[in-house]
Design a protein. Structure first.
Lengths: 10, 215
């Protein structure tokens, strides 16, 4: 995940 | 999505369902720390700010809604429900959780992936989740007869964190440049906090005796 992408983990 | 993360999310879901069922069916929150539940509601509120901004997946959105709804419902039950609130162990649930919110907020301001409101809130929620269980563990030490459902709730919460560590190990080896120091360090600290609970929980289960946490 690049910076600024949404966090994909809960 | 890997098996460890799915199992972790499901275990986390089971923990909140166990707690909700306990409170809803027997109308009692004896042994449950309201402070920990409030901290969890805050964790989800601060972490899921991007709920309507970033669509990651249907699963992600649904689970966020479930965790938000369940955590706030539990707090509502313990604060407002006329029967449940009377079973709240107010005089023993005395951990000053305000003292952990502020340091986590400061840490979120200092250590984050990007100095934006949402990223600071996200980091704050990661640090806060790491210590949110403390009031509950303190309450368990003061509760004489810990009921099974409360112990299972804490056990599943700890299990979900252990599974997340396996998830990070798996992702580290399968995804290039998958590095998240903030989640990893906070997650390891959080899991370690369950250490001695796990020890006494498994011991009580093996010897088939009531769970007792030494004060």
């Amino acid at each position: 995940r690049q910076r600024g992408e949404p966090h994909d983990e809960l | 999505m890997n098996l460890f993360r799915l199992a972790g999310d499901m275990t986390h879901l089971v923990s909140v369902v166990v707690l909700l069922l306990k409170i809803h069916t027997i109308k009692s929150c004896a042994g449950v720390s309201l402070k920990t539940q409030e901290l969890y509601a805050l964790v989800f509120a601060a972490r899921y700010l991007d709920l309507f901004v970033h669509f990651v997946s249907l699963y992600n959105t649904v689970m966020k809604l479930v965790f938000l709804a369940s955590s706030f419902t539990i707090v509502w039950y313990m604060r407002r429900h006329k029967i449940v609130r009377r079973t709240y162990d107010k005089e023993h649930d005395t951990f000053r959780h305000h003292f952990i919110v502020l340091p986590c907020l400061v840490l979120g301001l200092l250590l984050n992936e990007k100095f934006t409101f949402r990223e600071v809130m996200w980091a704050f929620s990661i640090y806060l989740e790491a210590v949110a269980i403390l009031p509950q563990l303190v309450l368990l030490q003061r509760t004489r007869n810990i009921d099974n459902l409360t112990a299972q709730y804490v056990f599943f919460l700890g299990a979900y964190r252990v599974l997340y560590i396996f998830n990070w190990i798996y992702r580290y080896f399968t995804e290039p440049h998958f590095v998240h120091w903030i989640s990893w360090i906070a997650g390891i600290v959080q899991t370690l906090l369950y250490g001695d609970f796990f020890y006494y929980y498994i011991l009580s289960w093996k010897n088939n005796v009531k769970l007792e946490l030494p004060a």
